[in-house]
Design a protein around this ligand. Structure first.
Ligand code: CU
Length: 133
């Protein structure tokens, strides 16, 4: 109980400090590499952003695993430099440590009515589904 309260308090500080006005929030809490993302199924409106917050002790990220940019798009996209040709994720966040939050980049390319898998590239068992209304 006490742990949960501390977690929620820490989380509200993280989220309040970085969330853009209209952004959904995805979180990993303590034990995130086992428990995964909260919520595991995240629904956003077209055009809505996602703030990813990490309250776990391990570093994590929020990255598309089953949808990729074209080679042409990847060339123009900053975060793609570390990925093989044709393997740059459609959306991506930097890896963040405990107590940090960040914006998921690339969401302007997701399409209404579609769903996308996402994971933590450091812990590939941590998976979720993003649904765009
Ligand atoms: Cu991770």
């Amino acid at each position: 109980m006490r742990k949960a309260a501390v977690f929620v308090a820490a989380l509200s500080v993280i989220v309040a400090s970085a969330a853009p006005a209209s952004a959904a929030v995805a979180v990993t809490g303590p034990g995130g590499f086992v428990a995964g993302f909260v919520p595991p199924i995240l629904v956003i409106a077209p055009g809505e952003g996602i703030t990813y917050a990490n309250a776990d002790i391990a570093p994590h990220n929020f990255v598309a695993y089953d949808s990729f940019l074209s080679k042409k798009q990847a060339k123009k996209t900053k975060w793609c430099s570390g990925f093989d040709a044709g393997k740059c994720p459609l959306f991506w966040s930097e890896t963040i440590t405990a107590g940090s939050s960040t914006e998921v980049l690339g969401l302007e390319r997701v399409k209404s009515g579609k769903s996308y898998g996402f994971y933590c590239s450091l812990h590939p068992g941590m998976k979720g589904t993003l649904i765009v209304r």
